[in-house]
Design a binder for this molecule. Structure first.
Ligand code: S3P
Length: 174
């Protein structure tokens, strides 16, 4: 049963900002997988990456995703950009949620993340090149979403409004 609304998308596409407002508008819970992980790990994602590496991070991410998807109340779930890499995560999200992919052109992502220091995968090398490479690699993995919205052509409020309407239609047909 697609109980939850799940936001996926590349880093910097607005998942957390939009998810927070969407949950407020719908008056339902919001859980962010990265925040949940930081609470459980008791350290930042950057520190965790540094100490235990990406493989361990991905394992933890799948565990947290499972926990969150098992919530019984409909919840807006916002995720980390790399959660789509594991096939089992994609299958789980498709099964338990109405999946919304947010996208934005790489140049827009670069400008949004220019001064970011929290995302370990973007800290080494030239930002433009890192984003372009990861973007190309990951593009196919966001395609399983039920809908895709370009966050660079609408305001946050417009996207939230669209999602409220689409979610309402979706729940009517469910
Ligand atoms: C990651 C995205 C981050 C965070 C971690 C890894 C990724 O989340 O989970 O730094 O692999 O794309 P955001 O998409 O919220 O930045």
């Amino acid at each position: 049963m697609k109980t939850h609304i799940i936001l996926i998308g590349f880093m910097g596409t607005g998942k957390t900002t939009i998810g927070t407002k969407l949950a407020e508008k719908l008056n339902i819970y919001h859980v962010d997988t990265d925040e949940t992980m930081e609470e459980e790990m008791q350290c930042t994602i950057a520190t965790y990456f540094q100490e235990f590496g990406e493989g361990s991070f991905r394992q933890k991410e799948t565990e947290v995703l499972n926990q969150v998807l098992n919530l019984t109340e409909p919840t807006v779930i916002t995720t980390g950009g790399g959660i789509v890499l594991r096939p089992e995560n994609r299958t789980l999200m498709q099964k338990h949620g109405w999946v919304v992919a947010l996208e934005a052109p790489p140049a827009e992502i670069v400008s949004r993340l220019r001064n970011d220091t929290t995302r370990p995968l973007l800290q080494n090398g030239k930002l433009e090149e890192r984003v372009e490479l990861l973007y190309q690699e990951r593009q196919p993995y966001y395609q399983f979403a039920d809908i895709t919205i370009d966050s660079s052509i609408y305001s946050v409020d417009e996207i939230v409004e669209q999602l409220v309407d689409l979610w309402f239609n979706f729940t009517q047909k469910r």
